[in-house]
Design a protein around this ligand. Structure first.
Ligand SMILES: [Fe+2]
Ligand SMILES: [Fe+2]
Length: 166
């Protein structure tokens, strides 16, 4: 397989990953309605994620891939972006943050690899797109890393208050 065909396959995986993350992020934003600052940061990343999908799709089209075949990538990665199965737990906002952090780190790994491949095949436009996306993913991962202690404390305080009220 040519390098270009390999990179096209990886871009399809990235497109499938971005589009699969949007519903999870929407649910997690909804779960954070009690915490407006965190809610709006997730909303911002939903918009960024939609843009990432568009950037990846534009690269695929430029490399000559048929966008109607994009769904082919879905099966490959559908398991990787799956949420940790912790639904319906009272500590949902903590579990969501852990799952989102894992997803961001996986995205960082994917775009670090795609950036390296762009440099190897000498595709400057793809390299720029990867760098732009990576900056968003790294900022989101950093924000989540900072939020996890706060969300954990928030949950434990609520749990403590509930136990006193019981
Ligand atoms: Fe993304
Ligand atoms: Fe992301």
């Amino acid at each position: 397989m040519s390098h270009q065909a390999t990179v096209i396959g990886w871009l399809k995986d990235a497109y499938a990953l971005e589009t699969s993350l949007i519903p999870a992020l929407k649910k997690h934003a909804h779960d954070l309605e009690q915490l407006p600052a965190a809610h709006s940061r997730i909303e911002q990343h939903i918009a960024e994620t939609e843009r990432h999908a568009d950037l990846v799709k534009a690269c695929l089209e430029r490399l000559g891939d048929d966008p109607s075949l994009l769904k082919a990538g879905m099966a490959n990665l559908s398991g990787m972006a799956k949420e940790v199965p912790m639904a319906l737990a009272a500590d949902t906002i903590v579990k969501n943050a852990l799952s989102d952090y894992a997803s961001e780190q996986f995205e960082i790994a994917c775009y670090t690899s795609l950036l390296a491949s762009a440099q190897i095949i000498g595709d400057q436009q793809l390299a720029s797109a990867c760098q732009e996306i990576l900056a968003d993913e790294q900022a989101m991962a950093q924000w989540l890393a900072e939020q996890i202690p706060m969300l954990t404390q928030h949950y434990l305080e609520q749990e403590h208050a509930r136990s006193l009220g019981a």
